[in-house]
Design a protein around this ligand. Structure first.
Ligand code: NAD
Length: 293
């Protein structure tokens, strides 16, 4: 187990005080790891809620005020918003300020950081924790306890900056690891982004049926478990799909091949093939669940 230094931030600026940014603020405040959290957002109501819930200490007057003398600037907005925000903050960054993010895709964020920001001070990150809920009211201090947090720094990223972001997430309860942005995007295309696309499309297929009300009326726990993530933010997931398009198109094709295999087996009443697919999946799912808990 790595030792966690006694890191303390004087000022943390959070752009996007929703589930992810808000939960980090609450976790850091709970362990006394930050003096001041300043919030920037698109929605005035959400920022007022964040203030009332003690997630942020104040709403920034403007971008310059938010970023001024911050130790860390966290971009916790949908990945499609990152370019605009990076361009807005760039002129106001102090030399010591570290910029990090929580975006679900990493190659696109990394490329934008290289384009718009002093890359030595940029530490791309992705917490592998979340929910289908959005906004400051969904934030909770325990969200990152025992969850993975992946850093995808560049070779030219300052080691001290990486260490600060690593310790920040450790103090929030996360298990921090590093990998390349390309590896990250390939892995999460398979185990996160594809499942979201499948859940959205299944629910959309049903809702467009004439008898949708009847179908939803009889849907039970299997439907609930398979489709929970279809209640996630469409903006966020459209941004993720577009940002990780190449890897996701490959995953969709692989899944289509698998569906074709099952379609063929079913049309031929090929119980052996169907049972083989189901058994392999059952064993893998049970083993995964055992390791998870
Ligand atoms: P959220 O909707 O709860 O919060 C995002 C906040 O950003 C909202 O309050 C929104 O008003 C604000 N925002 C949007 N555009 C903005 C802009 N241009 N300037 C300032 N604020 C802006 O979403 P979230 O779940 O907290 O996701 C935030 C980021 O974290 C996304 O990049 C997402 O991909 C990533 N992420 C999400 C999850 C998850 O399960 N929800 C998990 C890991 C990473």
């Amino acid at each position: 187990m790595e030792a966690i230094a006694n890191m303390k931030l004087t000022k943390l600026a959070i752009f996007g005080v929703g589930l992810i940014g808000g939960s980090l603020a609450l976790a850091l405040k709970q362990v006394g790891a930050v003096d001041e959290v300043v919030g920037v957002g698109r929605s005035h109501t959400n920022l007022e809620q964040a203030l009332a819930l003690g997630i942020i200490d104040r709403v920034a007057l403007d971008v310059a005020d938010a970023v001024r003398d911050a130790d860390v600037v966290l971009l916790a907005v949908p990945v499609g918003q990152m370019a605009t925000l990076m361009q807005a903050i760039a002129p106001h960054l102090a030399a010591h300020t570290i910029v990090t993010d929580a975006g679900s895709t990493k190659q696109d964020v990394l490329a934008l950081m290289q384009t718009y920001l002093p890359v030595a001070q940029c530490v791309p990150a992705h917490p592998i924790a979340g929910a289908e809920l959005s906004g400051a009211t969904a934030a909770r201090s325990a969200l990152y306890q025992g969850k993975n947090l992946i850093l995808t720094p560049l070779p030219q990223t300052n080691i001290a900056a990486v260490q600060t972001v690593r310790e920040m997430w450790q103090l929030a309860g996360a298990k921090v690891s590093e990998m390349s942005a390309a590896e990250h995007d390939a892995i999460f295309a398979t185990v996160s982004h594809l499942p979201h696309l499948l859940a959205y499309t299944l629910v959309d297929m049903i809702v467009q049926r004439e008898n949708a009300a009847v179908l939803f009326g009889f849907a039970a726990s299997g439907f609930r478990d398979f489709t929970r993530i279809a209640a996630s933010s469409p903006e966020m997931w459209c941004d993720i799909a577009l940002a990780n398009k190449d890897a996701l198109l490959m995953e969709l094709s692989a899944y289509q091949d698998k569906l074709t295999q099952l379609h063929t087996a079913l049309s031929q009443s090929d119980a052996d093939t169907i049972t083989q697919i189901f058994s392999r999946a059952q064993a893998a799912r049970q083993a995964w669940q055992t390791k998870l808990v």
